[in-house]
Design a binder for this molecule. Structure first.
Ligand code: ATP
Ligand code: MG
Length: 559
């Protein structure tokens, strides 16, 4: 499915650049994740934007791991990021890069700036640097080490690299302007001493460049034309530009857009990591997580996520997107492609007393009413079936049209049945079984005499049923904006205690025996479900509900 991309202000900038400034230059973007966590739906927005622009303008998009911070990065994250970008449907071909590949080059850039008198080694510690920096209303003060000679700086920086100084004892800073109204320009740190093993460079380095000194230069080295990032980097753009100008190297253009916020969930990797580490979820790919891997395991399709990213568009203003829109997108996609089946998740046994004891017949059922090409299947019917517990009420209120004592309903694709008896647990009074009769003349679900019933129920034949575990999900958080937790309030305390409900055993029609991990179905009347890719086995199938059939988004749109 190829969607029509909505034109954004970034399209306008690019078309302007292509048309006037740099005719013939192909668009070259990059997606630059830091490998310190799994990708989430916010990253999907950035991926669709960067790879999407490259596709639209016949350009290229690189995958660049922004791995300048060795303390938090792991190989597991690199692999998950590769898998997720590919799964979303994008291809970086042979352009997989790592900021750490440029460490030597970045070191040379730093030396170039020292030689130019634009960088110096500072002996102030982190606390002192903070004190000297000043505030938004007060200018900063210059470090006493700011006036060091070029030669002394070159010597000290070399010795920093050689491991002569302890961690945190010295930094390399850009010499810009301690009185700048933009705090990022008050002699920002470029390098720090840090003895940490890096996932790619091992122990080769004991000094590491800061993000601001690495990012723009990496863009420049790769020939990126448009370096697209989120709004929090707007105040860093003057520094991005300063480094590239002072280094006198190719200068890409940084463009900022608003990050995605989604209601009832969180986008911060730090907080998502906390959910994983504290065991509030089963892992990064828990189907309740807003991660790409969680959404995949939940049953989302790449098409649905791309459609979502296209619909939310790209703007500069911060906003909160209703999670109902994401759910709407997957519902639309699965409606087209997911085969229908019958499954009973809260079973109530029904015995059809006038149906012959040893009889079984196979009834025809449509695989997808939306798509006749998907054909039909046969579903076994017998004397004992399960229906959904909530489809029966002994003492129904006025608006309840489903099964009740004495009442007749349609069993989908099967027969009309009438409830003739209710069997209860002697002690608790709970309804444990229903007795019904069926009308053989209504085979297929139509009555020849034009008799009407007010409800059609799904069902599963008891002796033929496949037993399975089914997991239902609700929002992960109780509050629409959990990131707005109040002072002293732990965001984990805002978790929805009902975000997971496990139902076991559930009874599924036997055609699901052939379902494989990752397969998606519509359980009639209950929603879209997906075979779990980790916990499911042929002996014990496990299904996750992706989404219900109730479209909250369509309701919101109607107002
Ligand atoms: P987090 O705040 O979750 O830790 P991050 O910005 O540190 O995210 P990166 O790995 O640096 O995560 O992000 C890679 C790219 O994805 C960056 O260009 C970043 O701007 C973009 N990105 C991250 N979060 C979002 C979001 N919520 N919406 C849109 N783009 C995002
Ligand atoms: Mg980041």
């Amino acid at each position: 499915m190829e969607q029509k991309p909505t034109k954004s202000f970034i399209h306008a900038i690019i078309e302007d650049d292509l048309g006037t400034n740099k005719p013939g230059t192909a668009v070259h973007t990059r997606f630059p994740p830091e490998p310190n966590g799994y990708l989430h739906i916010g990253h999907a927005k950035s991926i669709c934007l960067n790879f999407g622009l490259a596709r639209e303008y016949s350009g290229k998009c690189n995958l660049r791991f922004d791995d300048t911070n060795p303390t938090k990065e792991e190989v597991e994250y690199v692999q998950s990021i590769q898998e997720d970008v590919r799964w979303l449907g994008f291809d970086w071909e042979d352009r997989e890069f790592y900021a750490s590949d440029y460490f030597e080059k970045l070191y040379e850039f730093a030396v170039f700036l020292i030689r130019k008198g634009r960088a110096y080694v500072d002996d102030l510690n982190a606390d002192e640097i903070r004190q000297y920096r000043g505030t938004l209303t007060e200018a900063g003060r210059e470090s006493p080490f700011r006036g060091r000679s070029v030669d002394e700086n070159l010597d000290l920086f070399k010795r920093m690299r050689e491991g002569e100084f302890p961690d945190g004892s010295r930094v390399l800073r850009a010499k810009i302007d301690m009185a700048s109204p933009n705090l990022n320009l008050r002699d920002p740190v470029m390098y720090r001493v840090l003895r940490q093993t890096h996932h790619r460079t091992g122990d080769k380095w004991c000094i590491y460049p800061m993000y601001d000194f690495a990012h723009g230069q990496s863009d420049s080295i790769e020939g990126i034309t448009h370096s697209i990032c989120t709004m929090e980097f707007e105040d860093h753009r003057p520094l991005y530009d300063w480094f590239l100008d002072e280094l006198e190297i190719y200068h890409p253009r940084q463009i900022e857009f608003a990050r995605l916020n989604l209601s009832y969930t969180l986008m911060s990797k730090r907080k998502l990591l906390k959910l994983v580490e504290e065991g509030h979820v089963t892992g990064w790919d828990d189907p309740r997580m807003p991660t790409i891997s969680g959404l995949r395991r939940r049953g989302y399709t790449p098409e649905a996520i791309r459609d979502f990213c296209d619909r939310i568009g790209v703007a500069k203003r911060d906003s909160m997107v209703d999670i109902a829109l994401l759910e709407h997108c997957v519902r639309e996609d699965l409606n087209r492609r997911a085969p229908r089946v019958m499954a009973v998740i809260r079973p109530l046994r029904v015995v059809i007393e006038n149906y012959p004891e040893d009889q079984m017949e196979e009834l025809e059922a449509l695989n997808n009413p939306e798509d006749p090409q998907m054909g039909i299947r046969r579903v076994p019917f017998s004397r004992a079936i399960y229906i959904e517990r909530e489809d029966f009420m002994e003492d129904p209120p006025k608006k309840f049209f489903r099964l009740a004592p004495g009442r007749e309903v349609r069993l989908r694709y099967a027969y009309f049945v009438r409830c003739t008896g209710v069997i209860k647990d002697e002690k608790t009074g709970e309804v444990i079984e229903l007795r019904c009769t069926y009308d053989p003349a209504t085979r297929g679900g139509d009555s020849p005499d034009g008799r009407k019933v007010k409800a059609t129920l799904h069902w599963v034949s008891a002796p033929h049923a496949l037993k399975a575990k089914v997991r239902l999900y609700e929002h992960l958080f109780v509050r629409p904006d959990p990131s707005e937790s109040k002072e002293g309030e732990d965001f984990a305390s805002l978790l929805n205690p009902a975000s997971l409900e496990v139902l076991d055993p559930c009874y599924l029609e036997p055609s699901l025996e052939k379902a494989n991990q990752g397969d998606r179905y519509q359980f009639e009347r209950l929603g879209y479900f997906c075979v779990d890719s980790k916990d499911s086995s042929p002996e014990k199938p496990v299904f996750n509900r992706t989404v219900t059939l109730k479209d909250a988004w369509a309701k919101i749109q109607k107002g």
